[in-house]
Write a protein that binds this ligand. Structure first.
Ligand SMILES: [Ca+2]
Ligand SMILES: [Ca+2]
Ligand SMILES: [Ca+2]
Length: 647
């Protein structure tokens, strides 16, 4: 049996590594890389990513190296296992000098500290779990629990949860991945210890996926609880060779198991209770098909590849990558030095990144970035990001009348450089969008943050006609207003009134004419008299330029406007956010209705002053959006819509 040997092609690819001549084993290969024997032949460049993505190293290099796995704590710290027994912590992007804990492990061959996960109730109990090889003759793998005390383990807090079967003299195929499922049970990936027969028997736990309670006791609803004996009742699935990584999808709870193949196929398997994944009868899909075994969802051969490591579904709490990555599954190959992305709806995969130096694990972070762990370069974590799109255009439509009911649009330019913008006030051209009673003849005034008058315009051809035409944004009707200005970072106000005191539905908008400047349109807020139906207050914005999602908070204010001396404020606003097709993405009445939303809004410093006011916090893909403010139960009054682009 050629368990663990590299394919000839993979060997050729890495033939500068002399230690290969002494070992055909994959893990020995990466062990020697980590020890630095091979680094002279490897460049230290970062990965090659798809267009639009960027990456940065996350924390400093993981001295003494040889990382194996990583996991984010629920509070956002990244914990990284080093094979030699150190559990390191990267906090706010900085590698802490003191390890969380340093375990005494057997790190021969593929053994060592191999897995880490956090208790679902970590916030209250501070429990985390690790998988490591206990030294001894014979050695065995173990899952232990520790209690965090800040950034280190509380002294004496280790509790042994699971002691696995004794190992043979072979040091390879230990598995090591551990994760809690949506059912609150702890799942443990265990390798077959270089003995294919182990994978097919219920008389030991090697070559299995196990399911246990967090305290190590065994759930009575395990699939082999009544057929296996004793500790083997932990078996949840079998027929695995080396399930080095697996992952649960947030939301669906679906599990994918990466099983490292021998000579031919690397597998992504559908994690289903009671399944037998075929090893060592089959590697990859069984040929001919065998009804006793569950074939992989996806498999790839050993052309520039040798071992599947790292699996992460893209279902982060905050979307960051383009919409097409949602629900996809990232995986990496140890000596292919790439990351690919699998589409579970078609079971196909495509390239994502190449040129990594010996990747070993992947995680999608709470910020929506993809983090990858490499054993090369001394052991490093890298963070792949999709830079956020930015507002290209912000606008508001509402009913314009006189006095306090004129439309007042405020916008902020953030950053460090002047920004060239065009501000427009539209009325007659809204007719083509079936807006009844459009403002017949708008007049626009632009003011600075202290109220200082900057410029005004009645009809756009009165001044700047050539400049406005060359911007491509000339209004369609000669009575509409526009002006171009180059503005320093700061707050601005655009006031729209009807010529001669007339009233009707108007639209004010600001376009960014200089996307390359080191500044951007940070937000828009528009105050207006809110009525029903077509006279609701509507804020619009377009996000673009970069591929990533932008963090946005939208607010609808009413009652709190009275503190600014505004009479007839909208008593109880409601807010809707819609996409360019008019589909409703979010709706909110009172901003504290959803505790998670309220927490995000408060954390951003944008909590409305009145509990009846509305707010939505989200991240949005490039595209056009509208925010619609109305009065609850048909109420009317002066309201304010605000759209904030959160850095
Ligand atoms: Ca299989
Ligand atoms: Ca006009
Ligand atoms: Ca409300």
């Amino acid at each position: 049996m050629k368990n663990g040997s590299l394919s000839d092609k993979a060997v050729t690819r890495l033939d500068r590594c002399h230690c290969l001549m002494f070992s055909r084993h994959v893990w020995r290969l990466i062990g020697c890389i980590a020890l630095g024997f091979c680094l002279g032949g490897l460049s230290l460049h970062a990965a090659t990513l798809l267009p639009g993505f960027t990456e940065t190293q996350y924390g400093s290099t993981l001295d003494p190296g040889s990382p194996t796995a990583m996991a984010f704590s629920p509070d956002g710290r990244l914990f990284v296992c080093l094979q030699g027994g150190q559990l390191r912590v990267i906090k706010n992007g900085t590698l802490l000098a003191t390890p969380f804990v340093t375990l005494t492990v057997d790190s021969f061959n593929e053994r060592g500290l191999l897995g880490i996960t956090f208790d679902p109730n970590f916030a209250s109990n501070q429990f985390l779990y690790v998988y490591y090889t206990v030294p001894g003759t014979p050695a065995h793998n173990r899952v232990s629990r520790f209690t965090a005390s800040g950034d280190v383990a509380a002294a004496g807090s280790e509790v042994i949860i699971l002691d696995l079967d004794n190992l043979s003299s072979f040091g390879n195929h230990n598995g090591g991945a551990i994760h809690f499922g949506p059912d609150g049970k702890l799942y443990v990936g265990v390798g077959e210890n270089n003995n294919g027969a182990n994978a097919q028997t219920l008389t030991n736990r090697l070559g299995k996926l196990l399911r246990i309670n967090a305290d190590g006791s065994l759930p009575a609803d395990n699939p082999f609880f009544n057929t296996a004996i004793g500790a083997n009742r932990a078996i949840w699935a079998l027929g695995l060779r080396n399930p080095y990584t697996f992952a649960f999808q947030s939301g669906t709870g679906r599990m994918f198991i990466n099983d490292v193949g021998a000579n031919t196929w690397e597998e992504i398997n559908d994690g289903i209770a009671g399944s037998n994944y075929g090893w060592s009868i089959c590697e990859g899909a069984c040929s001919p098909p065998n009804a006793n075994f569950r074939d992989p969802l996806f498999q790839y051969g050993h052309t520039a590849a040798c071992a599947i490591v790292g699996g992460a579904f893209y279902n982060p709490p905050i979307n960051q990558f383009p919409a097409g990555y949602l629900d996809k599954y990232f995986f990496a190959d140890l000596c292919g030095n790439w990351i690919r992305v699998m589409d579970p709806s078609h079971n196909t995969a495509s390239d994502f990144a190449t040129g990594l130096v010996t990747p070993v694990d992947l995680q999608v972070g709470p910020d929506g970035s993809l983090y990858y762990l490499i054993r090369g370069n001394g052991g490093q974590v890298w963070k792949v990001s999709a830079p956020p799109s930015q507002p290209l255009d912000i606008s508001t439509r509402s009913h314009v009348a006189s006095g306090n009911s004129v439309m007042i649009g405020g916008f902020i330019i953030t950053g460090n450089a002047p920004k060239r913008v065009i501000v427009r006030a539209l009325g007659p051209s809204l007719q083509q969008f079936n807006v009844p009673n459009p403002l017949a003849d708008p007049v626009l005034e632009l003011h600075g943050s202290n109220g200082a008058f900057i410029n005004s315009n009645n009809d756009w051809r009165d001044a700047q006609e050539t400049e406005i035409r060359s911007s491509g944004l000339a209004p369609q009707n000669n009575l509409e207003s526009a002006l171009i200005a180059t503005l320093q970072p700061g707050a601005y106000t655009a006031i729209v009134i009807g010529q001669g005191g007339s009233s009707g539905v108007g639209l004010v908008e600001v376009y960014d004419l200089d996307l390359t400047a080191a500044s951007k349109l940070g937000n828009i807020s528009t105050r207006s008299f809110v009525q029903a139906d077509d006279n609701r207050l509507i804020g619009g914005f377009i996000l673009g330029t970069n591929i990533g999602a932008a963090k946005v908070i939208v607010r609808a204010l009413g009652p709190s406007l009275t503190q600014f001396g505004i009479g007839n404020a909208l008593a109880d606003p409601t807010l809707e956010l819609r996409d360019s097709n008019g589909a409703q993405l979010f709706a909110n009445d009172n901003w504290q209705d959803d505790p998670n939303q309220a927490a995000q809004i408060t954390a951003s410093g944008l909590a409305p002053a009145n509990p009846l006011e509305s707010a939505i916090s989200t991240s949005l893909f490039p595209g056009a959006y509208t925010a619609i403010v109305a009065g609850k139960n048909g109420g009317t009054g002066i309201g304010l819509v605000e759209i904030y682009n959160i850095p």
